[in-house]
Design a protein around this ligand. Structure first.
Ligand code: CMP
Length: 137
């Protein structure tokens, strides 16, 4: 069993697509180990996306991620990290395959509905950024 970290981004929550995206995750075999709704500041978004600090889209991305409520969650499944990336589809919805979350729900490369960890070390950092140990016991 492997854990990964995911965010339903402000666009998903604003458009009332939270339930539909969670249903796709559960239908794909993910168990929701922990989930919570919160709003983050621009500074908290910057901490989460620190690896992208030098990218041209960083300011816009952190503004977007702090623009409204999000759901952060820990998902469990065998091969969870790779399988979630596959279920999400390409970062740019224009390149996302049929049947993926981003093909169905994402509006743009920035407002792309969902986030998922890209590797084990990233998942550990991202889970630890939003969840305390007791929330996952
Ligand atoms: P995510 O998988 O959360 O990882 C980094 C995020 O930055 C990405 O999804 C998009 O929301 C955003 N992003 C990545 N590339 C671009 C880009 N070229 N322009 C704007 N936003 C981007």
């Amino acid at each position: 069993m492997q854990r990964t970290f995911s965010i339903l981004k402000p666009d998903t929550v604003r458009k009332g697509q939270t339930g539909a995206v969670l249903a796709m995750m559960e239908a794909a075999g993910f168990r929701i180990a922990a989930i919570k709704k919160l709003s983050i500041s621009k500074q908290q978004a910057a901490g989460f996306y620190a690896v992208h600090a030098q990218r041209s889209f960083f300011d816009s991305l952190t503004t977007f991620m702090s623009s409204g409520p999000i759901f952060v969650m820990v998902l469990e499944k065998e091969n969870a990290i790779a399988d979630l990336r596959k279920l999400m589809g390409a970062t740019n919805p224009a390149n996302a395959e049929e049947g993926t979350i981003r093909k169905k729900f994402a509006g743009s490369i920035e407002e792309n509905a969902v986030h998922g960890s890209d590797a084990e070390e990233t998942a550990a950092f991202e889970i630890g950024y939003f969840f305390a140990g007791y929330e996952l016991a």
